[in-house]
Design a protein around this ligand. Structure first.
Ligand SMILES: Nc1ncnc2c1ncn2[C@@H]1O[C@H](COP(=O)(O)OP(=O)(O)O)[C@@H](O)[C@H]1O
Ligand SMILES: [Mg+2]
Length: 297
């Protein structure tokens, strides 16, 4: 048995013994793991994840955010939190997930990302098991887990995207953002066989502009990547009030709940909150982690 297979067997056995021990009762609806990603940086991923998480939590969902943007982790900044520990301490097993996770005033649980540590794809077997064991504890504590994966086609970003159950791509109407979003989907489909993506268009002036971006991306996919399906979730208008909220280390949802962007993100959260029909078997952490192992071998 090769190392990867051995690890996957351990993963399976761990999940089974937990289930048998009753900590994840059969029939429990396991969390959906949603990656939020982009080709180009600075397109609004962190703001969308944070505000949508708050909106969903107000709708009664239990939401966890994993800040996996290891280079530019900043979820904690817009929640105005100053966490002492981060994902790095969980990987090294210095701390448990429970000790590292912080909770926002809205009730959203956040696993802060650490910046400047080793590429997650380079983790050793023991470190991966530490992460797995800790992530498993989220199984019965969350309905939705957002993973803010960072931008681009670096190995870390692909690593998280390929492991998540749903992949939401954020783009603006800048040609560079559209081209990079396409490149990201191309690499994900070629290298990891990812077929389903969702699109949110951010910082546009009108619904028509959002649709244009969707049309150009889905047109390119139809032509060159026929087996990839892109669903349109919606658009968020360019909104100075969102920027003002960021200046205050806060969320537009809190500071300007009636603003155009807060309303748009609310509508998007309603759509994201609906469990997709095809999702009945994939949305669980054991699946998440075993895919992580597969993608790194
Ligand atoms: N809808 C929007 N309208 C205006 N500015 C926005 C909007 N969304 C994001 N921004 C601006 O873009 C910046 C980067 O957003 P951020 O969420 O940090 O992007 P990413 O996580 O993709 O790097 C924000 O600080 C804000 O100034
Ligand atoms: Mg970010």
């Amino acid at each position: 048995m090769n190392q990867a297979k051995g690890l996957q067997t351990v993963v399976k056995n761990q999940a089974l013994s937990r289930r048998n021990a009753g900590s994840t009762p059969a029939g429990t609806v396991l969390p959906r793991v949603i990656a939020v990603t982009s080709g180009k940086g600075g397109v609004g991923k962190t703001n969308i994840v944070a505000n949508a998480a708050v909106a969903l939590s107000r709708m009664g969902k239990r939401v966890v955010i994993i800040d996996a943007d290891v280079g530019l982790a900043n979820i904690d900044i817009i929640f105005n939190l100053r966490p002492e520990f981060n994902i790095r301490h969980v990987i090294s097993s210095e701390k448990t997930l429970k000790e590292v996770m912080v909770q926002s005033v809205h009730g959203v649980k956040i696993l802060p990302g650490g910046s400047g540590f080793a590429d997650l794809t380079q983790l050793g077997e023991g470190e991966k098991l530490n992460l797995l064991t800790e992530f498993e504890t989220l199984s019965d504590q969350a309905d939705i887990i957002f993973v803010d994966t960072g931008a681009g086609i670096s190995s870390n970003v692909l690593y998280f995207n390929s492991a998540c159950d749903e992949c939401v791509v954020i783009a603006t109407n800048e040609p560079t953002s559209i081209t990079d979003a396409y490149a990201m989907m191309k690499v994900m489909s070629r290298e990891y066989g990812t077929r389903y993506f969702k699109l949110i268009v951010n910082m546009v002036d009108s619904a028509a502009d959002g649709k244009k971006v969707y049309a150009s991306l889905s047109g390119a996919l139809d032509k060159f990547l026929k087996n990839v399906v892109l669903a349109y979730v919606g658009y968020i208008p360019y909104d100075r009030q969102l920027q003002q909220a960021v200046q205050k280390r806060g969320l537009v949802m809190d500071y300007f709940p009636d603003s155009a962007s807060a309303q748009a993100i609310n509508e998007i959260a309603v759509i994201l909150g609906k469990r997709p029909l095809k999702n009945s078997t994939n949305g669980n952490l054991t699946f998440f982690m075993s895919k992580v192992f597969q993608t790194t071998t």
